[in-house]
Design a protein around this ligand. Structure first.
Ligand SMILES: Cc1cc2nc3c(=O)[nH]c(=O)nc-3n(C[C@H](O)[C@H](O)[C@H](O)COP(=O)(O)O)c2cc1C
Length: 170
């Protein structure tokens, strides 16, 4: 759902001892949301369950970050990254997210689990500036070439490091 909500400059924050947890099916539809996610997102449990996880997508997030996320998790790997999310009222909150695949006894991916915690403000500053650059590159490139353009900015910022090394050093 692209909600039609107007983003505001109001920031919400996770507490230092809080975690947001959600589970999705293999297509990214929300199957489980913990109380903290329900409270922070401003959506009811009924609104969240069955919805695509992009229900809280913030327009400041580059598409290429989500492309990377899906490349990792669909290949069975863990993804870690900073994400700016948008609550139902347009306010925003940053998280450091870990997303991992769930598997059945045959090792098939049946869905995904994400756990997020409150990020360090210094890391948010760096990630936010990088995402602005990536988003600008995506917009300049146009829809068809957006992912490539955003990913190129990220690769340059990584400066030879692996993605994980880069993120964990932010
Ligand atoms: C377990 C899991 C958790 C996710 N969490 C978020 C999230 O917190 N915020 C978000 O914008 N997208 C999240 N996504 C990615 C969304 O599925 C989607 O790719 C993203 O919002 C971009 O949406 P769009 O392609 O419609 O622009 C998550 C995906 C999975 C599988």
């Amino acid at each position: 759902m692209k909600s039609g909500v107007t983003p505001t400059n109001v920031e919400r924050a996770l507490g230092g001892d809080e975690f947001i947890v959600t589970k999705t099916d293999a297509q990214g539809r929300i199957l489980y949301a913990n109380r903290i996610f329900i409270a922070l997102s401003g959506f009811s449990e009924a609104e969240l369950l069955g919805s695509q996880h992009n229900i809280i997508r913030h327009p400041d997030m580059p598409r290429s970050v989500f492309k990377l996320l899906w490349d990792y998790i669909a290949a069975g790997q863990e993804f870690i990254g900073y994400v700016k999310n948008m609550a139902k009222d347009g306010s925003y909150y940053w998280v450091l997210a870990t997303v991992t695949p769930d598997r059945d006894a045959q090792r098939n991916i049946t869905g995904y689990t994400s756990v997020r915690r409150k990020p360090q403000p210094e890391a948010v500053k760096v990630a936010g500036a990088l995402y602005q650059e990536m988003l600008a590159a995506e917009k300049r490139a146009g829809a068809r070439d957006a992912i490539e353009a955003g990913s190129a900015v990220l690769n340059q910022a990584m400066n030879g490091k692996s993605y994980e090394q880069f993120v964990l050093a932010l």
